[in-house]
Design a protein around this ligand. Structure first.
Ligand code: FEO
Length: 414
């Protein structure tokens, strides 16, 4: 310990386990995800008789990552590099640098090895292929492996250290959050939980069944710390909160009495109708959220539709269909299956071709598998009227009631 520089000692997460990751303060787009608060690519060094690195980092940060490890332990003394996932944010630094771990064995599942080889070559690497029955002894500690396919890729794996009760969860329990803190309980926990929900909706929302399976497997071991590969890690009460959220999310029991309207507008008339609809929804006791795509983005669409009990999409007709931003938003929530089964409504203005709402309805119904209970929606030529505003208000009341009914139907069973 004493031979390690202070900045390394300061990153000791658990006795003998050091954070050697990267905080990416500047990233603002992460494969389409708007990372407003940056991110981190967390890697860890276990300082045991067989010094072991857990996960790598994104390629541009390879040198910094290697120097952090070397400050803990010379690279030629690293015995194992455990890879929980092959995606570039956790593995691409291996491509040109894996050989610098001159005496290391790369440890991963067969599926992860397949992906690592395709993506990064690693022709001369030494491998140890593990599965859920394998135990790797690294000194006074051992490591076990819990494959969690599709959390986030087919190769995703948790690594568990029973002696320290650490779950290295990689993408699991992550958040896109650049911070100098390493633990959720060192931060404003409610803010971390917000980022955690946003991350889960956007990255893992599609995989609730896999999340359920992962939780069930992880529940068979005692966990004191969850060391994630993105954002801050978890211990104590904050870890309990995070596990409870995963439990609700994985069971589809997370919806709030909340109505989200996603819209674009050309001259403000569709926007004005949305305000009336939201007033109606609010009157039922629902929280209401308006996401205007000129000032919002698909990441926020995923965040808010994820826990809404009902949604509406609105657009005026442009070029005989909906506006491109609404098509993109629908496409995104369709892929993530975020509004499947939820009450959904459509409305919007038109000039001479009344096409936006029918096209939105078709995508909500057939693509997103939402419950479109009124296929006509509300359409209006050019401008709203007092009567139309009243119609929108009443549609909001109806949508709010449906949101509440949806939430009650999907609430945790007592
Ligand atoms: Fe953080 Fe699936 O990579």
């Amino acid at each position: 310990m004493s031979s390690k520089p202070k900045y390394v000692q300061d990153q000791e997460m658990v006795p003998g386990v050091y954070w050697v990751g990267i905080v990416d303060w500047m990233v603002r787009i992460f494969h389409g995800y708007h990372t407003d608060e940056g991110s981190s690519y967390n890697s860890y060094l276990i300082d045991d008789e067989c010094p072991t690195v857990i996960d790598s980092v994104k390629y541009p940060f390879a040198e910094e990552w290697l120097s952090r490890i070397a400050a803990c332990c010379p690279l030629d003394k690293i015995k194992y590099v455990v890879m929980n996932h092959a995606e570039g944010d956790h593995a691409s630094s291996l491509k040109d640098h894996y050989h610098k771990f001159t005496n290391a064995t790369f440890v991963c599942t067969k599926k992860c090895q397949e992906h690592l080889k395709i993506l990064y070559g690693m022709e001369n690497a030494t491998w140890l292929i593990v599965d859920d029955k394998y135990t790797l002894k690294i000194g006074k500690r051992t490591l076990k492996f819990i494959p969690v396919p599709l959390l986030h890729w087919p190769d995703s794996t948790f690594t568990y250290c029973p002696e320290d009760k650490i779950l290295f969860s990689n993408d699991g329990f992550g958040q896109h959050y650049a911070t100098s803190k390493r633990w959720a309980d060192e931060c404003d926990v409610s803010h971390v939980m917000h980022l955690f929900k946003e991350y889960t909706a956007n990255i893992l929302g599609l995989f609730s069944a896999q999340m359920r399976k992962a939780l069930e497997v992880a529940s068979t071991v005692e966990i004191k710390y969850i060391l994630s590969a993105h954002g801050v890690s978890w211990r104590g009460d904050a870890m309990g909160l995070a596990i409870a959220e995963y439990d609700r999310w994985s069971k589809g029991q997370h919806c709030q009495k909340k109505v989200t309207v996603v819209l674009d507008s050309m001259y403000g008339t569709t926007h004005r109708m949305a305000l009336a609809l939201l007033d109606g929804a609010r009157s039922t006791g629902c929280e209401t959220v308006l996401l205007e795509m000129t000032s919002s983005d698909i990441t926020k669409v995923a965040l808010h539709t994820y826990d809404s009990g009902a949604v509406a999409f609105a657009s005026p007709t442009l070029n005989n269909t909906m506006m491109p931003s609404i098509a993109a938003a629908l496409n995104y929530v369709k892929g993530l299956t975020l509004i499947k089964g939820k009450p959904a409504f459509a409305f919007g203005a038109f000039g001479w071709s009344n096409r936006a709402v029918p096209d939105i309805v078709a995508e909500l119904r057939d693509g997103c598998k939402a419950e479109v209970y009124d296929e006509k929606g509300i359409t209006f030529k050019f401008n709203y009227t007092e009567a139309l505003l009243e119609q929108a208000y009443n549609a909001g009341v109806d949508l709010g009631k449906r949101a509440i009914a949806y939430c009650e139907k999907n609430a945790p069973k007592q």
